[in-house]
Design a protein around this ligand. Structure first.
Ligand code: PMV
Length: 326
């Protein structure tokens, strides 16, 4: 049966960096994120004996051979679970152009997991979907539940799942995503995670995470935006300190990244509560409250080197939708 799913990208406030188990993608630490309304993937999957092999299409772009292998491996997991042997046609598209430099693995693997498992007739709980999505791409686990999400590390693969902390309308937050580069990553995040343990700073990061998780959980519960922002910036800079001190070192910030981070600091001096976080790339996610959206957007988009700005609100997680892509 043909099924289509839509799933959002997400931004991590407490980041996942490094894995306990590379194959099973069990993270070294818990992470907390928010789903993004303007950055999502849609994927249609159909398993059928009419297909002589898996046929995988990215609308508006092309998958590399490595990406195709990763998608096929994910289809294999779903076939094995469902006990089916048919190939699939997969058509996917992103709401953002591939050239926007926004990582699509979280939204892409979340949408693929939901569409493919539904198409294979697999009944799955939300928790099981997060576990399965995690095997495709770690952060994809967080794109399945709604709104503000926590993904747990665990000793066993069945216990490393993600769940919703709050629905999207819990807090009127914005992620003003400032796109500064459109080039593909030189090092995939899979390879980057694998080298986290070479950083002498990793033990200090892992020791600090439980208290950061507690502080951000408390700030969320109290809707204390200042406390929330301070923790998310602290964790971002710490993750990048680890990345920059691993072997080989990974430096994701460009001069434009730094200029935007400085603009965010200036905004705070002017009394606007805005905080910034950066994933494994140069783009900056400026986090603020809905009432400050325009002033923050106007400030950051005027920085030189900015290509475009995408305004995100907190969003629902992965959903089946009725409009198929083929
Ligand atoms: O799931 P991956 O392999 O794309 O890794 C995501 C890593 C970060 O985006 C830097 C942090 C995170 O928790 O999303």
């Amino acid at each position: 049966m043909k099924k289509t799913a839509r799933a959002p990208a997400n931004i991590a406030f407490i980041k996942y960096w490094g894995k306990k188990d590379a194959q099973l993608r069990i993270p070294l630490n818990d992470s907390i994120s928010m789903n993004l309304s303007a950055a999502y993937s849609e994927t249609t999957v159909e398993f059928s004996k009419n297909y002589p092999k898996d046929d995988i299409v990215l609308k508006g772009g092309v998958f590399s051979a490595k990406e195709r292998t990763r998608i096929t491996a994910h289809l294999d997991r779903i076939r094995a679970k469902a006990g089916i042997h048919t190939y699939a046609r997969v058509v996917t598209k992103n709401s953002f152009p591939k050239s926007a430099g926004i990582a699509s693995s979280a939204s892409g693997f979340a949408a693929l997991t939901l569409a493919a498992s539904a198409s294979a007739g697999l009944p799955m709980s939300e928790r099981e979907l997060t576990i399965l999505a995690r095997l495709g791409s770690g952060s994809a686990a967080r794109s399945i539940p709604d709104g503000f999400v926590r993904w747990k590390t665990a000793e066993s693969p069945r216990q490393s799942y993600a769940y919703s902390l709050y629905p999207p309308d819990y807090w009127d937050m914005r992620d003003i995503l400032v796109i500064v580069s459109s080039s593909d990553k030189e090092v995939s995040s899979t390879d980057a995670h694998a080298k986290a343990e070479t950083s002498p700073r990793l033990p200090a990061r892992l020791a600090a995470i439980p208290s950061r998780i507690a502080r951000i959980t408390d700030a969320l519960a109290r809707k204390d935006f200042t406390a929330f922002g301070e923790v998310l910036e602290e964790d971002c800079l710490d993750m990048h300190a680890v990345a920059q001190s691993q072997t080989p070192p990974l430096a994701y910030f460009t001069p434009t990244t730094r200029a935007i981070l400085a603009a965010v600091t200036r905004l705070r001096r002017e009394g606007i509560a805005a905080y910034a976080t950066v994933d494994a790339g140069p783009n900056v996610h400026v986090i603020c409250q809905g009432r400050d959206e325009n002033v923050v957007k106007n400030k950051v988009q005027s920085a030189s080197g900015v290509q475009r700005v995408l305004i995100n609100k907190p969003a629902l997680g992965a959903r089946l939708v009725s409009a198929h892509l083929f």
